[in-house]
Design a protein around this ligand. Structure first.
Ligand code: SF4
Length: 352
């Protein structure tokens, strides 16, 4: 394991001790410029930090300038096969290029991209995946993490030979275990930041779980510098899931963390409804400069305050009434209908 190099995509740092950044990819066609602009701005509001756009043709690079003018996030151009698209995208002011060096048409063409990227000081993501392993490597190692790791190594060395090291690496697979194993190997041998994710993870529910397991396992081991959750769902969902993964690992701090019990036969309040309503009310307190708080919604007094004693505040059901607790001790007893109003007053009056 070695020190990870830092690269900069627009104003976002990747690797070298920078916080793990969240990426997503635009789902609209670049030709539908206004839809792309709206999508990028929605992604930014949701917490996305870097956005990637598929650039399928040279003609489509003409939209980059206007899209950049009307949005704030650094933009990565996703390019396959035609090196001229990459050159045009760089000329149009793109912040990073994602290519698979193996499908860009040979070393000379790759060199043209590298030279221009160097001149404009933009990084290149080498994005290979289990479907793009070179034939000789596949024959030697089969379709394995070892083969994919070797494929990445080979591509990195080509860029290093061109004296280019402003590099981010991705080596994805739709298999969670394959992905984990590959990135573990890459982390051991290469000093470049890793863009991690399970590709083609699937629909929102299953894809969220696959991504959380794959990305979460790697991040928990200190592997990964930027993440993309890849879902068959609107792009903002990818960002929501990515944020939750980072929250779960303590890599980001929420303004408010809600914990809620699963409910059981002892439950004496509507935990689901109260938790959903609490979430909405807390959203409105964003930007009020309140301390970061953990708030519990528990179904019963028997276990509620005790199990949630690490929460700053909590509510729980009592006998025909509701109870507010703070640091595990009951501070107020109110009617159930008054629970949330009273809790919100307590939160607003809290100064740490
Ligand atoms: S807090 Fe009470 S209602 Fe909720 S799961 Fe535990 S015992 Fe059941």
């Amino acid at each position: 394991m070695q020190k990870i190099k830092q690269v900069k995509v627009g104003n976002v740092k990747i690797g070298g001790g920078a916080p793990v950044s969240i990426q997503s990819m635009v789902k609209n066609l670049i030709e539908d410029k206004d839809a792309v602009i709206n999508e990028i701005n929605d992604l930014e509001r949701e917490g996305c930090e870097i956005v990637r756009i598929a650039i399928p043709t040279r003609e489509s690079t003409q939209f980059i300038e206007e899209i950049k003018k009307q949005t704030n996030l650094p933009i990565v151009a996703d390019i396959h096969f035609d090196y001229k698209i990459a050159l045009d995208a760089i000329e149009e002011g793109i912040d990073k290029i994602r290519i698979n060096p193996g499908n860009i048409g040979g070393k000379e063409r790759l060199k043209a991209i590298v030279d221009l990227a160097k001149e404009r000081k933009i990084p290149i993501r080498i994005g290979v995946n289990s479907g793009s392993i070179e034939k000789d490597l596949e024959e030697r190692y089969g379709q394995t993490p070892e083969a994919l790791t070797e494929s990445v190594k080979r591509n990195v060395e080509i860029l290093e030979d061109m004296d280019f090291t402003d590099v981010v690496i991705s080596a994805k697979s739709s298999s969670t275990l394959f992905t984990i194993e590959t990135y573990r190997r890459l982390h051991e041998i290469l000093p470049y930041p890793l863009h991690i994710g399970v590709t083609e993870a699937g629909l929102l529910f299953g894809g969220t779980i696959k991504s959380a397991v794959g990305i979460g396992t790697l991040l928990a081991d200190g592997i990964g510098d930027t993440i993309r959750v890849s879902l068959t769902a609107p792009s903002v969902e990818e960002v929501r899931v990515a944020k939750e993964i980072l929250y779960a690992l303590g890599l980001r701090k929420k303004d408010f963390e809600i914990i809620s019990c699963p409910t059981c036969g002892r439950c004496s309040i509507d935990v689901v409804k109260l938790t959903e309503e609490l979430k909405e009310r807390l959203k409105k307190l964003k930007n009020r400069n309140l301390p970061s708080l953990k708030i519990a919604v528990m179904g019963c007094i028997v276990n509620g305050p005790g199990e949630a004693r690490d929460a700053d505040f909590g509510i729980t059901g009592g006998k025909e009434k509701g109870i507010i607790f703070k640091d595990g001790s009951v501070i107020k007893t109110v009617k159930e209908v008054e629970l949330l109003n009273t809790l919100m007053d307590e939160i607003l009056n809290y100064s740490g």
